[in-house]
Design a protein around this ligand. Sequence first.
Ligand SMILES: *[C@@H]1O[C@H](CO)[C@@H](O)[C@H](O)[C@H]1NC(C)=O
Ligand SMILES: *[C@@H]1O[C@H](CO)[C@@H](O)[C@H](O)[C@H]1NC(C)=O
Ligand SMILES: *[C@@H]1O[C@H](CO)[C@@H](O)[C@H](O)[C@H]1NC(C)=O
Length: 643
Amino acid sequence: MTPRALIALAAFLAVSCTANDEQKDIIYQLSEEQYYEMPQLFHLDEYNGCLATHNVYCLGSFELSADANNKLFQTMQRYSANWVDNFNHTRLHRGLCLNRSCSAQAPLSSASLPLEHELQAWFSSCVNATMQTSYGLRAHLYHLEYCKSSTPNPSRPLTASEKAFAATVAAMLALAVVSTTLDLTLSDHARKGAGWTLSWSVRQSWKTLTAPPTAAGDCDLRIFDGLRVFCMFCVIIEHVCWLATLSYVADTRHYEQSRRAGDVMLMTNSTLVVQIFFIMSSFLLAHKLLQDRTYLPPIRTFFTTMVNRIIRLSPSYFLVVWFASSWWERLGSGPQWAPLVTTEAQICRQKWWTHLLYLNNVLHPDDKCLIQTWYLAADTQLYAAALALTLLLRNRKWATVALGTLLVIATGVTFGLAYTWHLVPTYFVHRPESIRATYHGDASFNVLYQSPLGNAVGALCGLLLAHAHHALRRAGLRPEECQIFRWVSVLAAPFALWWVALSPLLLPVGPPSRGGAAALAAFERPVFALLVAVALLGAMNGVRSPWCTWMSGRGWAMFARLSFGALLLHMPLNKALLAAKLAPAQIDRRNAIFEWFGVAAVSYAASLPLALLVELPVMRLHRELTRLIHTNKTSQTVGINIR
Ligand SMILES: *[C@@H]1O[C@H](CO)[C@@H](O)[C@H](O)[C@H]1NC(C)=O
Ligand SMILES: *[C@@H]1O[C@H](CO)[C@@H](O)[C@H](O)[C@H]1NC(C)=O
Ligand SMILES: *[C@@H]1O[C@H](CO)[C@@H](O)[C@H](O)[C@H]1NC(C)=O
């Protein structure tokens, strides 16, 4: 190492290790008494009763301020400065029934109905006055969600989009009835010529759905089904707590205090398991191409593979996006319905077209419609890249080396970007105030979390896994016969979980230093993905372990096939549940566990009709039509040859 590099390294370490000044001013612990001396963050008055008696209900957020010598306010600021774990206690969120809670500040009403800004002033001065008298603080309304005096008219006329959606669903049901009837009544012979008319047969779809997992070829891929369901459950628990954070929270102290508990960190950080989806997706792609001995021209393989994928995903996906931008907001009401559901539905009506292009994670990245679908976009983009890469590297000796180099480059670039732009790792991305803003304007979320670049390492690890597997096969090596590999592979799975749970502890409590945050942001995904890849390499080659046996069970196949629907549906379902709540949500272990399994059960149940009536029929129709075109084409060429 040259002296200059050494100096640079020393300077870097010095910069990353010195805590910034504001860090000294942070309060990390407050006694229970001190905590509850601060004003409550969230409060909701009775909603239905207020509106039924023609009173005015307002919902909005307030910024607090105080004179320079206000001790309480200083405590609140210093406690909020730990933005990693705590809410910003200088912002209050209130839903109040004005006539009841704020009668003292009522405007000297003229006979006519009060104007919107008059209600806003009433709301604002009411909270300001309460804060003045109880805490000596001033409150300023900085975001008003709504003020209203009667329940919204449920008989609002249907929009064109809503009518079209209903017609589409009705058409699908009708198709299913006709197709199923044909399927049950036609003779086997009549059926043969008319395969495509039976596409919507529910009986056929059910058979496809419940078919046993396809028999393994040269390697054991049964574990993938169990893993898919396991990962889906990780995503659901994370989103249950995530959505609760997005809504009004009943006991913020409990929430903030448990952020650093092992299980809570595991839950918060468990969005890292999305890397497993990327690994599986690119592995299966490369595995299939490397086995393929037909050698179609690469360009053609590229387009048919991409078209097949788009046809598999799009029908259910677009239908759910359409639902979210049309009927969803009609399905409930509550004090938080407007901020949670109506707002998102409006965004969906604006950016639905980015979803059709699978570019919703890079176009208008700050506006979130069905936030979990960033994954579908990123996965499609990475799938195209992985496909091109595999076709380029097929049959090249140095493929594994090239992929390894790309992995190192991706990690390096991530580190560089994270350091330059002060980006933070996953656990810090999911901080309370950022969640409340659904990551609006959060560069870490846009650049690291939902971009194809940030997730490239998962896809690369999947490709590496496929290439390594095939290289070992070709060389006649059997990794499962090596004792050391067996141990490493069996232990890699629990290590991956430990990494998820404990990697945030590598950085000290409180706001992270710039270098440390960049390093963890760059390395958390590669470390996790490599551990998973090693575990998978063992599992595919028959290294036994309890978790592998459990996840390879036959029962998982059906749920694995339903996981895509569950991914699409769990968020709108869970959000509607929360948005219709009349009181702030309680987030603790008990509630989280019950809601976790409740949301999972409802989502999987709801994904059943989606699979039976949309996803599988469209796939079958596509298969039948390609077969028809194909036979036509072959008969034509045969005809030409004979002539
Ligand atoms: C509540 O206050 C509004 C605004 O001053 C007024 O128009 C309305 O009549 C009040 N409702 C009742 C039930 O007094
Ligand atoms: C908390 O909110 C206030 C008011 O919006 C803001 O000025 C302050 O910077 C926030 N504190 C932190 C730590 O983000
Ligand atoms: C809040 O009340 C104080 C004192 O009553 C007043 O000086 C201040 O202007 C008020 N602030 C707002 C935003 O209404």
